[in-house]
Write a protein that binds this ligand. Structure first.
Ligand code: NAD
Length: 261
């Protein structure tokens, strides 16, 4: 329970990796602000479950990560309702798969806003409090696509490379304030985000669903297995520990060997 008395904001935590990270931080005693879209009743069930299972406070803010003012207001809301933002996990993200010449301009703008700019706005708003308290943990969910590219993912690959750069810059700026800033870069994790891109990848590559899973997704990962959300969450928790106090500016891969190739 090493995060007892700490407060964490996890963006995009109504589903997938973010929900697993929020739950794992709560299991270590942190109070949590969850964020993300979804059916109101389902979100409330998740929020109440985190509180009941872990004996922490869990509040919800539905800020849209493509809207800078809503992001700044979300950090303020966490500071008001929880008391501080000690851990910030920038995790919200979406994907869109298309050849570059057909890539919808609005999809490019949306992915850059949600997958990259939202982290800037949240870090910008949370940094004064972290600096003043001389403790903080910023964890950014990047991707193997922060290190290498794949065709048909122009906006996503660009945003994730940018997120890795932002994470390093922040690490340098906050290094003497007890605040670390790191990226986690998973390979393919079986979540709705991956499931939803299969039909478009089938179209873009003229493949069946099985071919996309085996010949596009798992072919990238030498272990031939998907990463699990719990494995990603365990790394996020570790980065919040005292043992990880000297890890900052790192981009830690969890990709079954993908980027070693
Ligand atoms: P997911 O679709 O299960 O979850 C995405 C979350 O982001 C949801 O809670 C959703 O409501 C939220 N979200 C989307 N748009 C939002 C917006 N405008 N404002 C607020 N919240 C918004 O996906 P996931 O796979 O858990 O992805 C989480 C992160 O992990 C993303 O940044 C993704 O790029 C990254 N990632 C995923 C994989 C993978 O294989 N699944 C691999 C590497 C990195």
């Amino acid at each position: 329970m090493f995060l007892k008395s700490r407060n964490a904001v996890v963006t995009g935590s109504t589903s997938g990796i973010g929900l697993a990270i929020a739950t794992a931080l709560a299991a270590e005693g942190a109070n949590i602000m969850i964020n993300g879209f979804g059916d109101a009743a389902a979100v409330e069930t998740e929020r109440a479950k985190i509180e009941a299972d872990h004996g922490v406070r869990c509040v919800y803010n539905g800020a849209d990560m493509s809207k800078p003012a809503e992001i700044a207001a979300m950090i303020k809301d966490a500071e008001t309702r929880l008391g501080s933002v000690d851990v910030l996990v920038n995790n919200a993200g979406i994907q869109f798969v298309s050849p570059i010449e057909d890539f919808p301009v609005e999809k490019w703008d949306q992915i850059i806003a949600i997958n990259l700019s939202s982290a800037f706005h949240a870090i910008r708003a949370a940094t004064p409090g972290m600096k003043a308290r001389k403790w903080g943990r910023i964890v950014n969910t990047a991707s193997a696509h922060s290190l290498v590219a794949s065709p048909f993912k122009a906006a996503y690959v660009t945003a994730k490379h940018g997120l890795a750069g932002l994470s390093k810059t922040v690490a340098l700026e906050l290094a003497t304030f007890g605040v670390t800033s790191n990226c986690i870069s998973p390979g393919y994790v079986w979540t709705p985000l991956v499931e939803k891109q299969i039909p478009d990848t089938m179209k873009a590559r003229n493949m069946t669903k099985e071919q996309v899973i085996n010949d596009v997704l798992l072919t990238a990962q030498p272990t031939k297995q998907f990463v699990t959300v719990d494995q990603v969450a365990a790394l996020a928790v570790y980065l919040c520990s005292d043992a990880a106090a000297q890890i900052t500016g790192a981009n830690i891969s969890m990709d079954g060997g993908w980027t070693a190739a």
